[in-house]
Every structure is written in C-alpha cells, then in structure tokens.
Design a protein around this ligand. Structure first.
Ligand SMILES: [Zn+2]
Length: 241
C-alpha cells in the first residue's frame, strides 16, 4: 500500500516563533470571476498542525497569477495566519486608524519574517500615537500665546523622539513605558536607514509586545478607568438622593 504523502503549507507559528511546514488536515477554496473588474479571483484557507509544537494553525492565501489568463501558471500569495491570531485587538474607539493600520502591517511583516519592516511599522504606530495624544494639546510654551501667527501654528510635525519624551513629561506614560519606547525608537532608527543590519525575530516580537502594551495603556485602560470612575460617581449620587 502506498503511503500518501502528507500535504503541508508554510505558515508562521507564533509559539515556535518561526516559519513551519504545517501538516495540512483540511482546506477550503473558492474560485470565481469578478465581472465588474473582469478579473478572476481565488482564495484558499488551510487548516493544520504545527509539526513542532502541534498547535492548530489556520492560514489564508490569495491567488496572485492565473494560468491561461495572465500567466503560464497559477501563483499564490504567502499564507498569512488567521488563527490563532495573536495580533492584539483593542477596544477603544479613540485609537486612530493610522495606529491600528501600522500595527496590522507590523504583524503581517513579522509573520512574513520581515523584521526590519516590522520595526519601521511599529515606530510609525508609536509616532502616530504621539501625534494623536500630543498635537491636540498645546505645549507649555504655546499656552498664553493666542496671538501666535498661523505660520507659527503650522509648525513641523512631532517626531518620535520628542514625542515619547513629551508623553513621559505630561505623565501620559510612566518611566517603564518610556524605556520601552526608547528601545523601539533606537530599533526604528536603525531600521529606517539603509545600513547593513539584521533584527532578530525575537527582538522584533518583543518590541511588538511593548508597543501593544503602550497603545493599550494610553487608550483602552484609560477608557476603562474613566468608565469605572463614572460608575462609582453614579453610585455615590444615587446614595445621596
Ligand atoms: Zn509551533
């Protein structure tokens, strides 16, 4: 009896922190034709287990090239993990789109093994956070200068280094989060310049955890605490009446 060869798909295992050839146990696929765009469409979802740690992995891939349509042979995108999806999800509606988009992009880069690109995106997320939180607030030097000319107001945009210092000075983040931010800034600066460097998956993964923690602290936990205080206040008011 011939032994059937096990089918595999290459996917990022977040437990092993590596690309693995997951043992495929099932797949679903769909092919159709988008009449409006006059383009074919192909999508696959794979399910399987990590060969090393055995956790269940589910990934998705889109068809990029189509045989006999625009290419000699079919070609598919790299498989992106959709379960378990450790990319952090946040609850606050105040988080700007540019922050979440950058975090998602960083996660995809990490999964693809593009650690330098991931660091650039994490830096972008934190810089966007700084601008969102700080640019709506006047700085100390600006207060009392209501007659400032419009040109003075359209000053250059806040950069990451100055942003994280001001976040600490205005007590939006504490010293520990400030240390993490400085590490990220150092890696981001390395990553953004065309130097011959390499950043390990482990380091990039840790920086992702730090940025997620900062976003959670600045938005989600602050919202949560506000709601908590409002409930306590309402209870106190009801008791009074
Ligand atoms: Zn694994």
């Amino acid at each position: 009896m011939a032994i059937a060869k096990k089918r595999t798909f290459i996917i990022d295992c977040h437990v092993c922190k590596a690309k693995v050839a997951a043992i495929e146990t099932g797949r679903a696929e769909r092919f159709s034709f988008d009449d409006e765009a006059s383009l074919p469409y192909g999508n696959r979802v794979f399910i399987g287990n990590c060969p090393s740690c055995d956790i269940i992995l589910v990934g998705e891939s889109d068809q990029i090239d189509f045989e006999n349509f625009d290419a000699y042979e079919d070609r598919w995108s790299d498989v992106v993990r959709v379960f378990p999806n450790p990319s952090k999800s946040f609850s606050s509606w105040r988080i700007p789109r540019v922050v979440t988009d950058s975090l998602n992009e960083a996660d995809r880069s990490l999964q693809a093994g593009a650690n330098i690109a991931a660091c650039v995106m994490l830096g972008r997320a934190l810089e966007a956070l700084c601008r969102d939180v700080l640019e709506s607030k006047p700085t100390e030097t600006e207060t009392g200068t209501e007659t400032a000319s419009p040109s003075a107001k359209s000053k250059k945009r806040l950069m990451l280094g100055e942003g994280i210092k001001r976040l600490r000075d205005t007590k939006v983040i504490d010293d520990r989060l400030y240390d993490w931010s400085q590490q990220l800034q150092a890696f981001r600066n390395l990553a953004a310049h065309p130097e011959d460097i390499s950043i390990s998956r482990e380091d990039a993964g840790d920086l992702q955890t730090f940025v997620n923690a900062i976003v959670e602290y600045v938005y989600d936990l602050a919202d949560r605490y506000d709601e908590f205080k409002t409930r306590a206040l309402n209870r106190a008011m009801r008791k009074k009446n």
